[in-house]
Design a protein around this ligand. Structure first.
Ligand code: DUC
Ligand code: ZN
Ligand code: ZN
Length: 463
């Protein structure tokens, strides 16, 4: 049978290998990998280029309800277009339960938001804020069965934070039904107490943002989450790990054989606490939670990416508009305890890691693919349909020019945040074409994606 498309002569990089070959695509799937494939209806010359699995961004916030009155800027159109332009072909975003809401109603609302808009395939993690017996006993198992096999819980934030007993019960329900719990590990009581101390002394400036959430707050919660998971006997994934002391806890647990997975994100490699302390509202553009640490922490995270302590590198794209509430105000000065917490990064995630990681000799191209596509696909129940280039899998492919020199400027990006924390940074390597199920979405600087073509992904974790 004739192929629909052949990507010819590129270096195909997977988590295991790097080989020059042709990739044949039929009906949206990879149909053949060979030294030399016969002609197809359409051909792409990838000589001198890298042909990599489209990225799987397992942590991004798209069209979520407002938090502290501020909504993220991206809907499923702008968010997924930006993802595709940065080489990502699958996203997992969050369906977040407000107290009193059923998880099912939240999931249905998120489906409506994505339908007609998403240009790449997507799935939803569940955010559980109210783990009452009915939710854990009936609703959650039914949703896991329906393909939502991961949930996030918070150890901080009013309205989100779970107490230890609730965490134990949630972990146990997840264990029984083979779902993975992602943990936001910061001790909310400590943050409250520290924030209160700072504000009662009139210290409101953004340089206090990190002082209210120091490393010990994250280290303690990371250790506690690990201990609670150990007691329940289940696996957890610690999201958005910011620095050395949390890494030490994770390594400690992994060395003892506990099933602890971990994720870090671009903002912890490419920004520091000094950025949040920039004058005026400028610092708010870099504020995320946990906060980036000092520069000494950055090599520790790189080492963790290279040595397997981290399995996943996600964007934690959380795009509040630079000129909107929480990131700016025409007259008032920013307060560290009132700003919007989160930074955009869905389009720059892969080029930043590729350039500094592979270009900087810190990661092999195989490790890059593993961290950004294959491992998240495996961990979140998408593999082998997503996350690799293999016969039978979806033809989700990013063709990279490894030598393209790009100065990151928000005017070239496609999200709706109106800024990037990485403005002015130079990277070497950028995806020049992105294909989702064999359909080109982004080529030579032009978006050709049809809105609404993205499909919901029912996920199931391997037993
Ligand atoms: N946690 C996230 O995962 N994203 C943004 C803010 C936060 O606290
Ligand atoms: Zn979080
Ligand atoms: Zn997040």
């Amino acid at each position: 049978m004739q192929l629909d498309l052949v990507i010819r002569g590129g270096t195909v990089v997977t988590a295991g290998d790097s080989v020059v070959c042709d990739v044949g695509i039929r009906d949206g799937r990879v149909a053949a990998l060979a030294d030399r494939l016969p002609g197809a209806r359409e051909e792409i010359d990838a000589t001198g280029k890298l042909v990599m699995p489209g990225g799987v961004d397992a942590h991004c916030h798209i069209d979520e309800p407002a938090y502290r009155g501020v909504k993220v800027a991206d809907d499923f159109a702008s968010g997924t277009i930006a993802a595709a332009c940065g080489g990502t072909t699958t996203i997992l975003s969050f369906a977040c339960q407000a107290k009193g809401e059923t998880l099912r109603s939240v999931v249905e609302a998120h489906h409506k938001k994505a339908e007609g808009k998403a240009v790449i395939d997507y799935g939803f993690h569940l955010i559980v804020t109210d783990p009452h017996p009915g939710l854990l006993g009936q609703e959650l198992p039914a949703l896991i069965e329906d393909g939502y096999c991961s949930l996030k819980i918070f150890m901080t934030y009013d309205g989100y934070m779970l107490e230890d007993r609730q965490i134990l019960e949630t972990l146990d329900a997840a264990r029984r039904h083979n779902a993975l719990v992602m943990v936001h590990a910061e001790n909310g009581h400590c943050i409250h107490w520290l924030s209160h101390g700072l504000t009662s002394e009139g210290r409101h400036g953004l340089e206090n943002f990190t002082k209210a959430a120091p490393m010990a707050v994250e280290r303690e919660a990371t250790h506690r989450a690990i201990a609670l998971a150990e007691i329940v006997g289940t696996e957890i994934l610690i999201v958005h790990v910011s620095g050395r002391e949390a890494v030490e806890q994770i390594r400690w647990a992994q060395a003892r054989g506990h099933k602890v997975l971990a994720e870090t994100c671009p903002q912890y490699l490419f920004t520091t606490e000094n950025d949040i302390a920039r004058p005026g509202w400028e610092g708010a553009k870099f504020a995320c939670s946990p906060p980036p640490r000092d520069a000494d922490n950055v090599p520790v995270l790189w080492r963790g990416l290279a040595d397997g302590t981290f399995q996943v590198f996600s964007s934690d794209h959380c795009p509040y508009r630079a000129d909107g509430p929480g990131k700016s105000h025409p007259t008032e000065a920013p307060r560290f305890d009132h700003i919007a917490v989160g930074v955009p990064g869905i389009e720059t995630r892969l080029p930043l890691l590729f350039s500094a990681g592979c270009g900087g000799g810190r990661l092999t191209p195989q490790q890059f693919v593993a961290l950004t596509a294959t491992n998240p696909a495996r961990i979140y129940g998408l593999y082998p349909r997503k996350g690799t280039i293999a016969v039978g899998g979806d033809a989700d492919i990013a063709i990279w020019d490894p030598d393209r020199d790009v100065e990151i400027r928000h005017e070239r990006l496609h999200d709706a945040a109106g800024y990037t924390p990485y403005e002015g940074m130079r990277v070497r390597g950028w995806p020049i074409q992105t294909l989702s199920r064999g359909v080109s979405l982004w080529r030579d600087g032009r978006v050709t994606a049809e809105r609404g073509r993205g499909q919901f992904l029912r996920r199931r974790r391997p037993a």
